[in-house]
Ligand binder design. Structure first.
Ligand code: AR6
Ligand code: MG
Length: 325
């Protein structure tokens, strides 16, 4: 177990909890009107191994990439990494557009061309760039503006639609803010939302600014307000809302995220990535981490992130210096 309150425990908590939530949510992907008891049964009684999907496969590629490149995005290598991961394990549940794009890259099409031509030339607005963005927020020593720039670069190799990019920016920022806000410090909801919304486009910002009104009421108000589907706009704001409703309670958070229905694995994984960054590795339920596929690789990826970035700035990992969002 990593030292309490260290950056390492936050990075591990984020990636481990996200991978567990991805696996737990994948069983329900695409379903609506879920019975809460069925969800609770699956989350409370993990019987077999927890197998993750493309969300975690791409998150690990991005985390390992950042660790190998000093916390920076090298687009050619990153695109090749995603294409390699897909061709090695195409059965992980990739999105329709993602499969076409990754196959094109493997066939020699430059990633820029493949990403630009997706969906008739509009580019993907799917949540795929957001679902993998947590590692960008886990590079130590970055300002939030630097996180937003890196998230944009990480998204751009596959998602060129502004909403697809904003999804990654919002998710990476939420993780970065959570990692800079120790569990006992508490989160200022409006400050957090404004810090994120100020760094996204107007369409995305408007959806984010609807989150605070949804924090006290029933969870159904979230699935009424957002589509909770495979789009960035439909999935990232509800993930952030679920986190803000359960910042210290991963089990309640995962149940509620899955219970929204729709893109259950991705919304649960994104909410969990933020929660794990806030709470650290100790908050990951032991039966989940014990059952998690390739848990050692997930921890190693988090440790690689912890060593990345500007070592001289690691003293600013969290606390007053970086809490002025
Ligand atoms: N116009 C209309 N619909 C779109 C557009 C567009 N420009 N772009 C995306 N969609 P995709 P991802 C819709 O395929 O982002 C896995 O299940 C379209 O319905 O680019 O990697 C993961 O678990 C498309 O199928 O892949 C995530 O849930 C969908 O958005 C998800 O897929 C996803 O976009 C990640 O998807
Ligand atoms: Mg999904």
């Amino acid at each position: 177990m990593a030292a309490p309150n260290s950056w390492q425990t936050r990075a591990r908590g984020s990636l481990l909890l996200a991978a567990c939530a991805d696996a737990l949510g994948s069983v329900f992907e695409g379903q609506r009107g879920l019975d809460p008891e069925r969800v609770a049964e699956a989350v409370d009684h993990v019987a077999s191994s927890l197998c993750w999907t493309d969300d975690t496969a791409q998150t690990l590629v991005l985390a390992e990439h950042l660790a190998a490149h000093g916390g920076r995005i090298e687009s050619d290598a990153l695109a090749a990494g995603f294409a390699d991961a897909w061709s090695a394990e195409p059965w992980r549940g990739y999105g329709h557009g993602a499969v076409q794009m990754l196959a094109q890259i493997n066939d020699g099409t430059p990633w820029r061309e493949a990403a630009q031509s997706a969906f008739g030339g509009s580019g993907s607005l799917g949540n795929g760039a957001a679902m993998r963005a947590a590692p960008v927020g886990l590079v130590p020593g970055c300002s939030l503006d630097e996180v937003a720039v890196a998230a944009t670069a990480s998204a751009g190799v596959s998602h060129v639609h502004p909403e697809g990019i904003d999804g990654a920016v919002a998710q990476a920022l939420a993780v970065a803010i959570a990692a800079r806000t120790p569990k006992d410090q508490g989160l200022q909801v409006n400050e957090v939302i404004e810090a994120i919304a100020a760094r996204t486009g107007a369409v995305f910002a408007a959806e984010l600014r609807a989150v605070p009104a949804l924090l006290a009421g029933p969870a159904a108000a979230i699935s009424d307000r957002y589509r909770c589907d495979a789009t960035a706009l439909g999935a990232v704001p509800p993930a952030i809302a679920v986190f803000l409703r359960h910042p210290d309670d991963p089990v309640a958070l995962v149940k509620e995220a899955i219970g929204l229905g729709g893109d259950t694995d991705t919304i649960a994984a994104m909410a969990a990535a933020i929660c794990g960054a806030h709470c650290g590795e100790a908050a990951v339920p032991q039966p989940w981490s014990a059952a998690l596929e390739q848990a050692a690789r997930v921890r190693a990826a988090a440790d690689g992130l912890t060593r990345s970035g500007d070592a001289a700035q690691r003293r600013c990992e969290y606390g007053s210096e970086t809490n002025g969002y």
